[in-house]
Design a binder for this molecule. Structure first.
Ligand code: SF4
Length: 713
């Protein structure tokens, strides 16, 4: 710590860092002293010192990342920073941290951690390198292609990479199935028994993080880590007593994904393949053992096929209904094209109970056959160098077979009972009854069929597994309050006592933006909406000369409006789904007058400063679809306790989402532009006022001529 900061307490040192003649002003060219930023930084410093919770809503342009990073660094004890999006995680590590290292004159180290699946598993790569002919068996053409094209590239890179992070391989397709063959997933990890443990990228990352002052993760890793922390298997984040959770409005959704149960055809197939892959290593020349395992795996595959076929059959209703559920606005990153969720009931699950019982016994057989092998090997005389690794490989496979069987039984009983299990244990500890705390559903994603149970209410889990573990936690976001209060987020995340700070945006919305609400739009549920929306989009884009995000709540409306707009506009049109998100964004920034048509994944975490983005159009108020099983279960739960789900849950959630979507427009003091919402309910329904009062304070206009005037002004 510098001499100056060591003599001051944390709050004073923090405030001084932000002073107009302080270290940030002296070293950061774009820095300007902002009252809101100092207020938030001081509040963060106070909570770091005293302990407890701080809820901080920091409007756009307040500089919230510096406001928490400065006290985090000056505190000189390890602080965990978790973000909702990769973009923000990268901004903090690659931009803010180096700038603060120069500015503060305080020596500190920082580590950037991603989810385990981003890193290469050297043990898996060794198995493939060894040329085991069974290693890639049963994978079909995709896997053969992966092996032929990508394995040599990965092998070459593995010799030089310091991190093992796949992001270094820029040409690797984002969704390459083959990567899973070499990814360092917790499921397949041998832990300290692995012979590559010391040079393993996960071990090294964990060691770096344990020696770091600032550890930067994302909510996915944070929740995944908390989900495995109970048994300490696969845990990577070092213990921290202070945490900042940025983009905290995403936490409920992400926790919902990680604190549930899931069984898929992929998971069973991965187990089958991993057993086959390990066969030579674990049984050597023992023909009898090989045959026994091969038979057990064949049965496993047969029964898994029968079970997932029956499950799909029992949960796929008529096509029209499926189409509707699949295209409505969903929740978070799961709401993508070619995806649907169908709620599972005791009756629907009962239809697949017989093949489920067969699958469970096939898993039993795999488990007991492997366990027998361990005993036989142990009885054998002699010892070889690979013995410990081999034993651990078998033990890992035994454990996985048992976990899959237990999850299958739990899911098929609709959560009625469960003997073992980290999650059930945790939920029980968190004060929730296991049985009624989950919603069960089947998710169809591409070729994947997933039977899932998701916690309906994550508040007790978040509180006990994340927040209560910390001495001090800051939850922050540009959008955290609804109707001027934090009640909604407190309720959803189980927050009892917390200090609160709300900072208005630093941008001058009265001058920088207008909010256009067309007067004559039909009800968004009516047939004429798409044509009317198409007409409005064309008229708006003519006045903004393209340069717009047009954000939709469903793919079907997006496609319909896009088709109408393409007939009348000459501006370059980009559409979500035609290329990976990062490529589309780059193309948008680099293409003059471009227009991007997109759905949920562009509503947040996307930053385009400058003229390239001068307009954001939203088609409908982004209410979560009541057809989505998780939303429906949450609505039911609120109704059961006598609450009003629409006012308490659906409206606040939609307000936060709309704030995020429209928040894409003004990212800098020099930005100007139009926010447009085509949904007439904003004006005509009583709850519309709640939305309007939560939006940035831009002048509201109803006439297209005012758009022309705004841009010529
Ligand atoms: S310790 Fe786990 S992740 Fe690391 S190389 Fe071994 S098996 Fe792979």
């Amino acid at each position: 710590m510098s001499d100056t900061t060591s003599k001051l307490n944390l709050v004073d040192a923090t405030v001084q860092a932000f002073a107009s003649d302080g270290p940030l002003a002296r070293t950061m060219p774009e820095f300007e002293a902002r009252a809101g930023q100092v207020e938030m930084a001081a509040a963060v410093a106070r909570v770091f010192d005293r302990g407890g919770l701080l809820l901080a809503e920091a409007g756009t342009g307040t500089g919230k990342t510096l406001a928490y990073l400065v006290p985090a660094i000056l505190r000189r004890e390890r602080v965990l920073i978790s973000t909702g999006t990769k973009n923000l995680q990268e901004q903090i590590f690659f931009k803010d941290i180096p700038a603060l290292r120069d500015a503060l004159g305080v020596p500190f180290t920082a580590t950037y951690m991603k989810g385990r699946a981003n890193y290469l598993c050297l043990h898996k790569l060794d198995q493939l390198n060894d040329g085991d002919p069974r290693a890639l068996r049963g994978g079909g053409s995709q896997r053969a292609l992966g092996e032929e094209v990508f394995l040599p590239i990965i092998r070459q890179w593995s010799a030089t990479t310091q991190t093992g992070d796949r992001a270094e391989l820029e040409d690797l397709p984002e969704d390459l199935p083959f990567w899973n063959e070499v990814a360092a997933t917790a499921d397949t990890c041998l832990g300290s028994e692995c012979e590559r443990y010391d040079d393993c990228f996960i071990t090294r990352m964990r060691q770096r993080a344990a020696a770091s002052d600032v550890v930067i993760v994302n909510h996915h890793l944070l929740c995944a880590d908390a989900a495995v922390r109970q048994n300490a298997y696969g845990e990577v984040i070092p213990a921290c007593h202070r945490a900042v959770l940025d983009e905290a409005h995403q936490l409920e959704d992400i926790a919902t994904q990680y604190f549930g149960y899931s069984l898929s055809n992929y998971r069973v197939e991965e187990l089958a393949r991993d057993v086959e892959r390990s066969l030579v290593a674990i049984v050597g020349d023992d023909r009898q053992a090989r045959d026994d395992i091969a038979k057990a795996i064949e049965k496993l595959r047969d029964y898994a096929r029968a079970f997932f076929t029956e499950l799909a059959f029992a949960h796929r209703g008529d096509r029209a209904e499926r189409g509707r559920a699949a295209t409505e606005w969903g929740r978070g990153p799961t709401s993508v094209k070619n995806e649907e969720r169908v709620r599972a009931t005791a009756d629907s699950l009962a239809q697949a109970s017989e093949p489920a019982a067969h699958l469970a016994s096939a898993l039993d057989i795999v488990q007991s056959t492997l366990a027998l092998l361990v005993r036989l090997q142990a009885d054998r005389a002699g010892h070889d160098d690979d013995r410990e690794t081999r034993d651990e490989m078998i033990a890992t496979l035994v454990r996985r077979s048992g976990e899959i069987r237990d999850d299958l039984r739990f899911l098929m009983r609709g959560g009625a009972e469960r003997g073992e299990g980290v999650n059930a244990e945790r939920v029980r500890e968190a004060g929730a009854g296991v049985n009624k705390s989950f919603v069960y559903f089947v998710e169809f994603r591409g070729r994947g069929i997933f039977l899932r149970a998701a916690p309906i209410d994550v508040s007790a889990i978040v509180r006990e597994l994340l927040l209560d573990k910390m001495h001090a936690t800051v939850l922050t976001s540009a959008t955290l309050a609804v109707d001027g209060s934090f009640d909604y987020i407190r309720d959803r995340l189980g927050i009892r006592r917390a200090e609160e700070v709300r900072l208005a945006s630093e941008f001058d919305f009265a001058r920088q933006a207008i909010l256009y609400l067309p007067r004559r739009m039909p009800d968004p549920r009516s047939e004429g909406f798409e044509v009317a929306a198409g007409r409005e989009v064309i008229e708006i884009l003519k006045r903004t000369e393209g340069r717009a995000f047009v954000l939709f709540t469903s793919y079907s409306t997006m496609r319909a409006v896009q088709a109408i707009a393409e007939l009348s506009l000459d501006y370059p049109i980009l559409a979500q789904g035609t290329a990976p998100r990062s490529q589309l964004l780059k193309l948008f920034r680099d293409t003059p007058h471009a227009v991007l048509f997109a759905t949920s994944s562009f509503w947040q975490g996307v930053d385009v400063a400058g003229d390239a983005l001068s307009c954001v159009i939203v088609d409908k108020l982004p209410f979560a679809s009541p057809g989505d099983p998780i939303t429906a279960a949450r609505i039911d739960a609120i109704r059961t306790r006598g609450g009003d789900p629409f006012a308490e849950y659906q409206v606040p959630l939609a307000i936060l989402t709309l704030q995020q979507g429209l928040g894409r427009l003004i990212r800098h003091r020099r930005d100007r532009g139009v926010m447009a919402v085509l949904d007439p309910r904003l004006r005509t329904m009583g709850y519309g006022r709640r939305f309007i009062s939560s939006l940035p304070p831009a002048p509201v206009v109803h006439d297209l001529r005012q758009l022309t005037a705004f841009f010529s002004g």
